[in-house]
Design a protein around this ligand. Structure first.
Ligand code: SF4
Length: 263
């Protein structure tokens, strides 16, 4: 880490503005925030604040990736719809495909289904939609992909990235991966679905030291909220409406675990 110590989150409070690097008050700024400064200086604060919505003024840099024709970084006024960002600016999904799901603020933001494309990009609208603006990374997945398998891949990522400091994150991420492997391997049942919900609850609402634990829980929670019938297809009926999964797609990838060795 910056201080030469093991890179692990600390308990907060105190927050960095009070006690940060080397125990001193520390100002943290995202590059996106600093990139906004010239525009505010050139336009004047009052003019800049006319952009966007009343509670979320200004613009946002959204990085659109995934199943779109024109992936890239787009600057939009807050309040623009995700339909505009994904379908107009990024060109929408490949021909013949439909948007199935999108992550409005990076993989850490709870997913939203295609039916919520008219959600606007301001923070209040995203909170009302039970998601968040997060990193501004808009990930689009079309209807050729299985949401349950996508959630599994994300849980693999979070389990791998866990620093291991908090028990719910260290243990829960790995448990979730195992549940997904059973479900996607046609070895699932209601037990695995119930266990996934329990793991999801245990990861959220301040039970972990940093946002990684919550984020892992939100993947399960939000895909359950919008796509529970697809989980039931896999776990209870052992079928996937999108189509057969590639052989071995639910197998462990052998990525290293946070504690070393193979996960
Ligand atoms: S939530 Fe996970 S990554 Fe964050 S401090 Fe706890 S164990 Fe580490």
């Amino acid at each position: 880490s910056l201080e030469g110590k093991r890179a692990q989150p600390r308990s907060r409070p105190p927050f960095p503005a009070v006690k940060g690097a080397w125990g001193r008050p520390t100002l943290l700024n995202n590059v996106e925030t600093l990139a906004t400064v010239p525009a505010i200086i050139n336009m004047g604060g009052a003019e800049y604040a006319k952009l966007g919505t009343e509670k979320s003024p200004g613009t946002r840099l959204l990085t659109v990736s995934g199943n779109v024709k024109r992936p890239g970084v787009y600057e939009v006024e807050l309040g623009a719809t995700f339909r505009h960002v994904i379908m107009d600016l990024a060109g929408g999904p490949p021909d013949g495909r439909k948007v199935r799901v999108f992550w409005p603020g990076g993989s850490s933001a709870p997913v939203l289904p295609e039916s919520m494309l008219d959600t606007t990009t301001d923070m209040e609208a995203l909170a009302a939609a039970k998601s968040m603006g997060g990193s501004g990374g808009v990930i689009v997945m079309d209807d050729s992909h299985c949401v349950v398998r996508a959630a599994y891949r994300l849980l693999q990522f979070y389990a791998h990235e866990s620093c291991g400091k908090c028990t719910p994150c260290r243990v829960g991420g790995d448990w979730a991966v195992r549940m997904y492997e059973r479900i996607l391997g046609n070895d699932g049942s209601q037990v695995e679905l119930d266990n996934l919900r329990r793991v999801s609850d245990a990861l959220q609402n301040g039970r972990c030291l940093c946002g990684l634990g919550d984020s892992a829980g939100w993947v399960i929670d939000s895909t359950f909220r919008h796509f529970y019938s697809e989980y039931e297809d896999h776990a209870l009926r052992h079928e996937c409406k999108v189509g057969p999964h590639p052989p071995g797609s639910a197998a462990r990838t052998g990525s290293p675990s946070p504690q070393g060795g193979e996960g």
